[in-house]
Write a protein that binds this ligand. Structure first.
Ligand SMILES: Nc1nc2ncc(COP(=O)(O)O)nc2c(=O)[nH]1
Length: 268
């Protein structure tokens, strides 16, 4: 899943593809690099980001979703708003990628049920302005699993079918650096819920800290693509359904390495 952020302020690529034409071109480049899905977002979710008015979010994403869908791309819309999701599906999006898993907008579950779109349910505890204050867990793996299971039950009650649901641990969302790693090394616990798993580690802060030099300063987002590709390979080998990345080529190659590695291991 290649990231197409049509925003002026996303943490790792804010502003590069803010104009629709540039965003569309970038999406086509990511397809050429091997992306299976293009994730189009119009509102940054980075910690501390302010909300974007809904009309601005619509104006940003709809032209890009329409154009990329018309080119045959499988497009997801990265939004927490039911209205944006509904209009994005009408414009051709086949996946709704909601970092709040339906918590931010009470109308989202109904839109998902009505449209039949695939729904990515990410683990989330609050909007960007508060999420860093909500990082308390007894056991992050079982807590995230249980909170996602509760979301699944709520979605089922709203008429969403199991085959529409994809789960996502929400790396970096209400999770400080060290808290992210157990979610990656225990993907099997999340997979135990019985749904495909999407992993979004690309260029995130916890990787910047991992790669920090002697001065302890985290490396900048654009220096985190090697670590991102390594996580892609490990997550693929652990059975992840999809990884959401900014740099597609390196992760597409990493998926092929993991597939070859797993096949060789299977043949013994
Ligand atoms: N499903 C899903 N969606 C996401 N959307 C945005 C970001 C972070 O923002 P970015 O687009 O600036 O990387 N991370 C995720 C994620 O981890 N999972």
């Amino acid at each position: 899943m290649g990231v197409v952020n049509v925003t002026p302020d996303s943490f790792s690529d804010g502003g590069e593809w803010f104009e629709p034409r540039a965003a569309i071109e970038h999406g086509l480049e990511l397809l050429a690099e091997g992306a299976d899905v293009l994730d189009v977002g119009g509102e940054s979710t980075r910690p501390g980001a302010g909300r974007v008015p809904v009309e601005d979010e619509l104006a940003r994403v709809l032209p890009v979703i329409s154009a990329l869908s018309a080119q045959g791309a499988v497009v997801s819309v990265d939004t927490t708003r039911a209205l944006v999701a509904e209009q994005a599906v009408a414009a051709g999006a086949r996946i709704i990628n909601d970092v709040s898993g339906g918590l931010a907008d009470p109308d989202m579950a109904g839109v998902v049920a009505r449209t039949g779109a695939v729904f990515v349910v990410m683990h989330w505890r609050g909007h960007a302005d508060v999420m860093d204050d909500l990082e308390q867990y007894d056991d992050v793996v079982t807590d995230v699993r249980d909170e996602l299971a509760a979301r699944v039950e709520a979605l089922r009650s709203a008429g969403v079918r199991d085959e529409q649901i994809v789960l996502d641990p929400g790396l970096g969302f209400s999770k400080a650096g060290s808290t992210n790693w157990p979610l990656l090394t225990h993907l099997d616990v999340l997979r135990g819920l019985g749904f495909p798993i999407l992993v979004g580690a690309s260029r995130k802060r916890f990787l910047g800290h991992l790669l920090a030099g002697p001065d302890g300063e985290p490396v900048p987002p654009l220096a985190r693509d090697g670590a991102t590709a390594a996580i892609t390979a490990l997550a693929a080998a652990a059975g992840a359904w999809c990884v959401r990345v900014h740099a597609v080529r390196s992760s597409a190659d990493a998926v092929r390495v993991a597939a070859a590695w797993t096949r060789a291991g299977a043949t013994g």
